[in-house]
Design a protein around this ligand. Structure first.
Ligand code: PEP
Length: 255
């Protein structure tokens, strides 16, 4: 199989950074720097309050907009929550689901991840499903079991046609925001394990078509090596996505 059947996706996760005016400045700086770089899809996943500003700023460019979470109910008495239809109408094309910070600080479970993922798919938004082990799990050598469980539960009741519209981000929790990066071999191995889980459920052809990113301190100086690996189809980038030059360098590594 040839890795080039899959489109690489470089997605920035701005987390809780950037007011709307700061967001506009960053994205206006980024746009000309990534213009014409069509070897990968380029996404910025921004705070909810920045969505309208950023969607407007990137109109007609190759930069797409994502959100960082979505609620699983269509509407109703869920104070403070945002539905998939709301995101869609605002021009959101991607949404991060099950990020480790949401699992760790906000009680996100594999089950609610599954509900959110299906809500996104139903609304025509591409979920970026995050899976990954914490440090103790890696030390106990249960990484494969952890990511397999997270992936299987997240994809419950998702059929083969729908899963082709899902991006999976392997994000070892010990590498997020820590400056510690998985080696390219570790990243490739676990992305391959995730692909095996997909193959067991949906067949090899479907599994080969799914984009699997690596995330965890991806930076200009390690991106090319990570992205060169067979199973690594892009990156989910936190810290380095807040600087236009660094994010562009990672986009360049994916061309
Ligand atoms: C992330 O937030 O998903 C992430 C990978 O962050 P960082 O690149 O800062 O480790």
């Amino acid at each position: 199989m040839n890795k080039s059947v899959r489109k690489a996706v470089i997605a920035g996760n701005w987390k809780m950074n950037m007011t709307p005016s700061e967001a506009e400045k960053l994205v206006n700086e980024l746009k000309p720097m990534v213009e014409g770089k069509n070897g990968c899809d380029i996404v910025v996943c921004v705070p909810f309050v920045d969505i309208a500003t950023v969607v407007n700023a990137v109109k007609g460019t190759n930069v797409k907009v994502g959100a960082q979470n979505v609620h699983f109910k269509k509407n109703g008495a869920y104070t403070g929550e945002i539905s998939a239809d709301m995101l869609k109408e605002c021009g959101v094309e991607y949404v991060v689901i099950g990020h480790s910070e949401r699992r760790q600080y906000f009680g996100e479970t594999d089950e609610t991840v599954n509900l959110r993922l299906k809500a996104a798919l139903d609304a025509g938004i591409t979920p970026i499903l995050c899976v990954g082990e914490v440090l103790t799990e890696r030390e106990q050598d249960v990484t494969a079991e952890v990511v397999a469980r997270q992936t299987k539960i997240a994809l419950l009741d998702v059929d083969a046609d729908a899963v082709k519209n899902v991006i999976i981000a392997y994000e070892p929790v010990w590498a997020i925001g820590t400056g510690k990066t998985a080696t390219s071999d570790q990243a490739d191995e676990v992305c391959g394990i995730i692909r095996d889980v997909l193959a067991a459920k949906y067949g090899k052809d479907v599994a080969e078509a799914v984009t699997i990113q690596y995330g965890g301190s991806m930076k200009p100086d390690n991106a090319a090596e990570l992205l060169s690996k067979y199973h690594v189809d892009g990156g989910l980038i936190g810290g380095a996505s807040l600087k236009a030059a660094d994010f562009t360098a990672i986009v360049d590594a994916a061309q």
